[in-house]
Design a protein around this ligand. Structure first.
Ligand code: LMR
Length: 335
């Protein structure tokens, strides 16, 4: 009798443990540095929702916005160590990791618009760039758009000369550094989460970002002027810890891949709208004067910045640069 009771208790405990294990979701921490109401913030929430639906709760994506877990420099390291499973760093963040080819996205005016950009990010060149992350223990899943950058400062910017001697915040990218030096500005590398305060206290004079980043960080409250130059593209690669990803049950991984596919369509659909409405928000705030340059004024910025292409070609690889030119039809000699 006693033996049967022990056996039954044992069986019940085993069944309960198996059930609990089956119900314990696989947690995916998704960390990022921007506000929740940005293209990246919204797309990561979309992904979390679809991941829960498609895996029927077997995977749980926890999104941490606004550098709540990690700042720029730390987040990729945390992913490599497995402390966080998923990120969407800006493409500039992979240069410092040693994958310098990604800094080609920092070349000024290399993409005229999103159509040009997608020829790279949604095509074979983009896919081959993502593969370059694998030796670093990183798997690249997708490219998500943000948008094109504008300069801001406390003094009006009409010509490239207006940036001379200005301390400008940049991301850690050798190409961006060269770009600002070419303009005669003084580039200062700084984490995204520190930019607002640096602008407010005058540690830097200005910055550049897509409108959605400027507006959601309230940078327009501490900058008096901006000019719509669209001089650089800023977007993201969604990445995961490769070991973690490869170790997922195949069916769950497939469902997450599907969720990522849908989130990518969504991200790239809303990016332009989000940036347009952010610019409208800046306009309505009345705090920052927005200057739209004439065609000739914009051309002057292009001409001033284009020497960066020749100067930095070796850093990203001449072949890669030529392959992008060929794909988009961009010719720096024809400005
Ligand atoms: C920046 O540092 O300016 C951007 O990388 C922030 C972001 O992730 O959009």
């Amino acid at each position: 009798m006693m033996k049967l009771r022990t056996l039954l208790i044992g069986l019940a405990t085993a069944a309960f443990s198996a059930l609990t294990l089956a119900q314990t979701p696989i947690v995916i921490k998704f960390s990022h540095v921007v506000a929740a109401d940005t293209p990246k913030g919204k797309a990561s929430e979309f992904f979390a929702r679809r991941a829960a639906e498609l895996t029927k709760g077997r995977a749980k994506v926890e999104v941490y916005a606004n550098s709540a877990l990690y700042k720029d420099k730390e987040e990729v390291e945390a992913l490599q160590l497995g402390a966080v499973q998923m990120l969407a760093p800006s493409l500039s963040k992979f240069g410092p990791l040693g994958v310098k080819e990604f800094e080609v996205f920092d070349f000024p005016y290399i993409f005229d618009d999103y159509t040009d950009l997608h020829k790279i990010t949604q095509g074979p060149i983009g896919a081959s760039l993502l593969l370059k992350l694998e030796p670093k223990g990183i798997k690249g899943l997708a490219f998500w758009d943000n948008g094109f950058k504008s300069f801001s400062a406390n003094t009006p910017i009409r010509t490239p000369a207006d940036l001379k001697g200005k301390k400008m915040r940049i991301q850690s990218s050798k190409v961006l550094e060269e770009e600002f030096r070419t303009l005669g500005a003084l580039p200062q590398v700084m984490a995204f989460s520190e930019v607002y305060q640096a602008l407010q206290t005058g540690v830097v004079d200005g910055t550049d970002n897509p409108h959605s980043n400027l507006f959601t960080q309230k940078m327009h409250e501490v900058q008096k002027h901006m000019i719509i130059t669209d001089h650089n593209y800023l977007g993201y690669a969604v990445i995961v810890n490769k070991k973690f990803w490869d170790g997922l049950p195949a069916d769950v991984r497939g469902q997450l891949e599907q969720a990522m596919k849908e989130a990518t369509v969504y991200a790239n659909k809303i990016a332009q709208e989000e940036n347009d409405s952010a610019l409208e928000g800046v306009r309505k705030s009345g705090k920052t004067a927005i200057y739209v340059p004439t065609r000739d004024e914009k051309l002057a910025f292009k001409k001033a910045m284009i020497p960066v292409h020749a100067k930095m070609a070796d850093r990203v690889g001449k072949d890669l640069l030529q392959a992008i030119y060929k794909e988009t039809g961009f010719d720096p000699a024809k400005l």
